[in-house]
Write a protein that binds this ligand. Structure first.
Ligand SMILES: [Zn+2]
Ligand SMILES: [Zn+2]
Length: 120
């Protein structure tokens, strides 16, 4: 396992108005690719996911990113176009959600699978 802390340290987050994909420049040089639709469908909050041990792909939510705020230097809180803002996405979770061409072939998220809550 590569547990270099730079893997989980964002240098810049880009989510321009009108874009459908968020990008994160990680400190190890990786450029993260995170489609808005996927971020919303994998929202880790209890309102979306309940309290089960799994995070499921829940499509159909509003996927316009209205706001991004850093939470305690370990996570981002995303506000969606419908006002939903209870999802706290840890940097580790965001790194694992990456579906760039390098990550997608190895990512359960790319296949819209359910994944263990432990990774959030
Ligand atoms: Zn949610
Ligand atoms: Zn990637």
């Amino acid at each position: 396992m590569n547990d270099d802390p730079r893997r989980y340290s964002p240098r810049a987050v880009r989510a321009p108005v009108g874009a459908d994909t968020m990008e994160i420049d990680w400190a190890d040089g990786h450029v993260g690719v995170l489609p808005n639709e996927m971020l919303r469908a994998y929202c880790p909050c209890a309102a979306c996911q309940g309290h089960s041990g799994e995070i499921k792909f829940l499509p159909g939510g509003n996927s316009v990113i209205d706001g991004i705020e850093e939470v305690g230097s370990y996570a981002l809180q995303l506000t969606w176009g419908d006002g939903h803002a209870s999802g706290i996405y840890s940097f580790r979770y965001l790194r694992r959600l990456c579906v760039c061409p390098m990550c997608a072939p190895h990512s359960p998220f790319a296949t819209r699978a359910s994944i263990p809550r432990a990774v959030t």
